[in-house]
Design a protein around this ligand. Structure first.
Ligand code: CTP
Length: 476
């Protein structure tokens, strides 16, 4: 077996002008500088990256200013943290002085002292993120890898450099970062590190929601998000950060009758959706589509387990979940809420694919009908392949019908052929209840297929309804 721990295994050419300049300026200041962290990891993995972290045995801000003046660019200084950032040719370069840190138990904010690069590597999150390339003239580009990060990278392992209880307790966000990297890179978390996460879950309370959610978004954007959510659930973190999803776990059995295990079902739906679409909010809809099940679960002697109204209750839970997670509360939330609310509608049409049912679905889903159909298709899961096949065939009939009705009636972007303004103008009315009644009457008639989606038929119906309501043009 190869010994990857030797620092000479990798020598990166680091040809980019930025590295040469940092190297020269560090030499002029007589300090040692290194490229460290994500850039080194991604260099080995051949993943593209635009972030470069430079660690300096000295003042990071001073070196950044010197480099910036050679490149003729601006520097942002973060004096409180002793860091500096500059942008150059699409790259974001961050400078930090090598630190020796110890953390207080009640805060993520460290007590910082100056240290060597080795001290700095020790206090990083994972072995694969603790590797550094030298920027010294004499060993330029040589890898410094005190914790065998390269071996872990090749073996696809996430492991803390120090005792995991120390690393995670120092900065509990790292517990979720471990899970995020395991999901993004499709690596395994080392068993000692994972056991430590399960022991330290309560420490996540001191981490800000914004940082937790940023990691959740990265998990969500990964190829197979279930890896992350399964690990969050297994570790116990999910019941702290997203209890509504964690409580989908488990099967209750009464009188010999059990129900679907809703957590693993949700994971399957999430991956199905992720496989078909990069739309992160559609993925959130998949994660949340059944959150209404635990609060609506009911056992009936005849029917067995039911979850009546879980679509409606689930949709009501979406704004709360978004608020708790500090996710955007605008169109993104409304979109997820709508998909959760409508997620049973297409499948319900399987039993009776009527034109009016399809029209109503098109009307309610509007622009999001294709995403809703994708979610519903993803929702067809079963251990029995024959059941899946049968459901899929029925579902394809609904999809087909949807296309036909849409072609015929163009309901998706439904704009009533008779607007409120036309009604008001015709009858000399100002905005009032009667205008709404007439408008709704026309809309319902179109959705029910009683009249076509066109001006002439709608005009006729408007007249008829107005007469019934005792409104006439003459009385205007
Ligand atoms: N780091 C750490 N503990 C944290 C956050 C970051 O030790 N809680 C260290 C790691 O060495 C990491 C580096 O800081 O590699 C840069 O952090 P960041 O930019 O957040 O992550 P990357 O590793 O660059 O990965 P990504 O860009 O995917 O977030």
């Amino acid at each position: 077996m190869k010994n990857y721990s030797k620092s000479s295994v990798i020598k990166a050419p680091l040809k980019s002008r930025i590295f040469r300049i940092v190297s020269q300026q560090a030499a002029l200041k007589n300090v040692r500088a290194f490229v460290i962290g994500g850039y080194v990891r991604d260099y080995v993995l051949k993943r593209p990256t635009t972030d470069i972290d430079i660690v300096v045995e000295g003042d990071g801000m001073e070196l950044a200013l010197a480099v910036a003046s050679v490149l003729n660019v601006n520097t942002s200084l973060f004096r409180n943290f002793g860091t500096a950032m500059l942008r150059y040719r699409g790259m974001e370069i961050e400078f930090v002085g090598a630190r020796k840190e110890s953390y207080r138990s009640d805060s993520r904010k460290p007590l910082v002292k100056n240290g060597t690069v080795e001290d700095d590597q020790k206090r990083r999150d994972f072995t694969i993120n603790a590797m550094a390339f030298s920027l010294q003239e004499n060993d330029y580009g040589t890898l410094t890898d005190p914790f065998n990060g390269l071996k872990d990278l090749r073996d696809k392992i996430i492991r803390t450099p120090l005792d995991p209880d120390t690393t995670f307790s120092d900065d509990p966000l790292r517990m979720i970062r471990a899970i995020r990297f395991a999901t993004q890179l499709e690596f395994i978390i080392d068993s000692d590190s994972f056991a430590s996460i399960t022991r330290n879950t309560a420490r996540i309370h001191i981490v800000s929601q914004e940082r937790i959610t940023a990691e959740l978004q990265k998990i969500m954007a990964s190829r197979k998000p279930s890896i992350g959510f399964n690990l969050l659930e297994e570790s116990g973190l999910l019941s702290i950060i997203l209890p509504q999803v964690a409580s989908l776990r488990g099967v209750e059995t009464l009188e010999g009758k059990g129900h679907k295990e809703n957590f693993s079902h949700t994971m399957e739906v999430l991956d199905n959706v992720a496989f078909a679409s990069d739309n992160i909010w559609l993925r959130w809809a998949a994660l949340l589509h059944d959150v209404g099940k635990p609060p609506t679960k009911h056992f009936d002697k005849e029917a067995g387990w039911t979850f009546h109204g879980h679509d409606f209750i689930g949709s009501k839970m979406v704004p709360t979940i978004f608020r708790e997670l500090k996710l955007p509360l605008g169109n993104e939330m409304k979109y997820v809420r709508k998909l959760v609310q409508l997620h049973l509608r297409p499948i319900a049409l399987v039993n009776e694919v009527s034109d009016s049912g399809v029209r109503r679905l098109l009307f309610d889903a509007g622009e999001d009908i294709d995403d809703l159909m994708l979610l519903c298709r993803a929702d067809i899961t079963s251990k029995n392949p024959k059941t899946v096949k049968r459901h899929m065939e029925n579902f394809n009939l609904v999809s087909q019908k949807l296309i036909e009705v849409e072609e015929k009636d163009a309901i998706r972007n439904f704009q009533p052929p008779i607007s409120g303004e036309i009604i008001m103008k015709t009858y000399g009315l100002s905005p009032c209840r009667e205008v709404g009644l007439i408008k709704d009457f026309i809309k319902e008639a179109i959705l029910d297929g009683k009249i076509g989606n066109n001006f002439d038929e709608a005009w006729k119906l408007m007249k008829q309804r107005a007469t019934e309501l005792g409104i006439s043009e003459a009385s205007a």
